[in-house]
Unconditional design. Structure first.
Length: 259
């Protein structure tokens, strides 16, 4: 046997091993990219079945982060409970109208609380934790046709949206939410209870439309005196018409930018 044979043999083993590793890397399945998912909860402090849904909304962002899912929660307090014994200080007729848009689009019998809507596409009773997590996971694995970027600038925020496949005229909306809120209820179905809320929508407005596959603007942010700055988040999302699909979103915590 030639004295070079062991060296050649070892070299072949090394080359085969390298080829196997390259093949393994090439053929390894690529993990699905996780995307932001907007989760809206239509709720009211006057509704006795809403507190469990409020609590669920507060947990989803943290619970699903381990799965690389960015839950963007929006707690929208409707106003049609206000005449039934307790006026919800976070309620707005605009949020009721938004829920009515979903009612029409999804052909439901009528609005109700608590109702959860995921990416503008799927709705269900808002305290159904299993349904919520399943719907969010499914939404996170769908294609996101709009890419949204939020960047702080002097006393404002730069919003950039790229959406070549989103319909012309789709709405770009901005919301500001506040966490760690509570109310001692003095009347109505929740009389005597202290209710705790997360991601309460303080303001929701359209800031523009998609044109030629994009949108860009500088948006001033007006923070009211009774909002706790350390608990605020800014959300921007693209929605294809009233009550339509949400095509993309981004969220940023505001404390650092507001100082």
């Amino acid at each position: 046997m030639s004295r070079w044979m062991p060296i050649v043999f070892i070299g072949c083993i090394i080359l085969l091993g390298a080829a196997f590793l390259r093949s393994s890397v090439t053929n390894a399945p690529i993990a699905a990219e996780r995307r932001p998912v907007v989760v809206e909860l239509f709720t009211s402090e006057g509704c006795s079945s809403c507190p469990p849904a409020d609590a669920l909304l507060g947990h989803l962002r943290q619970d699903l982060a381990a799965q690389q899912i960015e839950v963007i929660p929006l707690g929208l307090h409707v106003d049609y409970w206000n005449s039934l014994g307790w006026k919800d200080r976070f309620s707005s007729a605009a949020f009721t109208h938004r829920q009515e848009d979903y009612t029409k689009t999804m052909k439901l019998d009528g609005p109700y609380t608590p109702q959860m809507v995921v990416n503008g596409q799927v709705e269900f009773v808002g305290n159904d934790a299993s349904r919520a997590r399943d719907s969010i996971s499914r939404a996170a694995n769908q294609l996101q046709p709009a890419q949204v970027k939020i960047s702080p600038v002097a006393n404002a925020f730069s919003v950039q949206v790229k959406s070549p496949s989103v319909a012309e005229g789709a709405s770009v909306l901005m919301a500001v939410t506040e966490d760690n809120l509570s109310t001692r209820i003095g009347a109505g179905e929740n009389n005597g209870r202290t209710l705790r809320h997360a991601a309460v929508v303080r303001t929701l407005q359209e800031i523009g439309k998609i044109h030629a596959g994009s949108f860009e603007a500088t948006v001033p942010l007006n923070v009211k005196n009774d909002w706790k700055r350390n608990d605020l988040r800014m959300i921007v999302f693209v929605q294809e018409g009233p009550g339509g699909k949400i095509a993309g979103a981004a969220s940023v915590a505001l404390p650092d930018q507001l100082r």
